[in-house]
Design a protein around this ligand. Structure first.
Ligand SMILES: [Zn+2]
Length: 247
């Protein structure tokens, strides 16, 4: 039987893979929890010893120390319960669509792509960054881009979408999350976006304060079908995964 990786040696010694126990996962709460049982078990004896054997001064110090230890253990239990109460990983989705009009350039992912069309929008119309913004806000259950930057507000006219994404990221960070990765799809019949993929990926990674390897960018045409295929609209979808940043 061919077995790859670290199991090879154990298989050669005649141990079936099914008999090999899975490695124990170490997390930070194991050590304080390991103190609970022995601490509780010795607690009555320790208190009896403190009351009966020691001088009043030593007794006071030891009782204070024991109460401190008991408080630390109780805090660790509470912290562990809070950490495990909600899932640490959070997923969110964002989708956006803009009509197109004549006259470029096309703003995509914070990059100006040379084109003979541009998005119709109250802001700068960066459909990709709007989808990313909604995805990270949605993953943290913090609303959406329309709530943060309503198009009824004149202050948001022609607003830079990079600025909006950065503001959403600050909210996400303040809520205790960090970006694990995002994956995006741009739907545009034209122009061909593959020459700009790397530039868009680096720009978004820069704004999100992550490595470019954490940003997936894919571009598809509308196959000449629907509003995208007729070059009437451009669309983008983004999925974001967040990780709780408290360990
Ligand atoms: Zn938009």
């Amino acid at each position: 039987m061919q077995v790859d990786g670290p199991l090879c040696g154990r298989v050669r010694r005649g141990v079936e893979p099914s008999e090999i126990s899975r490695p124990k996962i170490r997390t930070t709460w194991f050590s304080p929890c390991g103190l609970i049982s022995p601490s509780l078990a010795i607690w009555p004896s320790a208190m009896r010893f403190a009351h009966s054997t020691l001088s009043p001064f030593a007794r006071r110090d030891i009782i204070t120390a024991l109460r401190y230890v008991r408080g630390v253990i109780a805090d660790e239990i509470t912290t562990y319960k809070n950490r495990t109460r909600w899932p640490r990983m959070r997923v969110g989705i964002g989708q956006d669509r803009h009509r197109l009009k004549s006259g470029g350039p096309l703003k995509l992912g914070g990059v100006e792509v040379p084109h003979d069309q541009q998005a119709v929008a109250h802001s700068d119309g960066d459909v990709l960054l709007h989808a990313v913004t909604d995805a990270i806000l949605g993953a943290a259950a913090l609303g959406d881009i329309g709530e943060m930057f309503p198009d009824s507000d004149e202050a948001n006219r022609d607003r830079d979408s990079v600025e909006m994404l950065a503001a959403a990221l600050t909210r996400v960070h303040d809520a205790g999350y960090r970006i694990s990765n995002i994956d995006c799809i741009i739907m545009a019949q034209r122009p061909k976006l593959s020459p700009f993929r790397q530039q868009i990926q680096s720009r978004i990674a820069d704004v999100l304060q992550v490595d470019p390897s954490q940003v997936g960018i894919k571009a598809k045409t509308g196959e000449n079908l629907g509003p995208v295929g007729r070059e009437e609209a451009i669309e983008a979808t983004c999925v974001a995964l967040l990780d709780k940043n408290d360990l």
